[in-house]
Design a protein around this ligand. Structure first.
Ligand SMILES: [Zn+2]
Length: 78
């Protein structure tokens, strides 16, 4: 059993949804295998998963579906 590299908490295997920004576009990736820290909530992607994500985005693979993403600009909030 591996421990969280930040707080040494317990990691549990989960699938997560992860937003990835590439060239100003947001890509949402679902069901990513990851380890999530039960203590601080840190999400650690399994080895090789990030490469798989990049491959998917770079190869312009047809996505399962597309979604509208709300965008907020904090420079406009006083
Ligand atoms: Zn942690």
């Amino acid at each position: 059993m591996t421990k969280c590299p930040f707080c040494k908490g317990e990691l549990s295997k989960k699938t997560v949804t992860h937003p990835q920004v590439y060239r100003g576009k947001v890509y949402i990736l679902e069901n990513i295998p990851a380890e999530v820290c039960s203590q601080c909530g840190e999400v650690l992607l399994r080895p090789g998963v990030l490469e798989k994500i990049q491959q998917l985005i770079w190869s312009h693979t047809q996505p399962k579906r597309t979604a509208e993403v709300p965008v907020y600009d904090l420079a406009e909030i006083n």
